[in-house]
Design a protein around this ligand. Structure first.
Ligand SMILES: [Zn+2]
Length: 77
């Protein structure tokens, strides 16, 4: 059997644990950024003709209302 000193063994366990946390951190950071990008892309529109509030998943400034077809401008905050 190969003899591994306790210090080396515990140190490698700590390094492995830190690596695991780092991988998890990168994974969730990426996931969150992707979700934020998707959310950012969604634009809100308000139709002044029929008071309908809706959102569109395209990067456009004007969109036709899905209810009445009236061209409405993007809501800006
Ligand atoms: Zn409308």
């Amino acid at each position: 059997m190969i003899y591994i000193p306790f210090e080396i063994f515990s140190l490698s366990l700590i390094v492995l644990g830190l690596l695991f946390l780092l991988v998890l951190w990168f994974y969730y950071d990426r996931k969150e950024k992707l979700a934020f990008k998707k959310e950012q892309f969604e634009k809100a529109f308000y139709c002044i003709k029929c008071n309908h509030l809706y959102s569109v998943n395209q990067d456009v400034e004007v969109s036709d209302c899905p209810k009445c077809g009236y061209e409405s401008g993007r809501l800006q905050f």
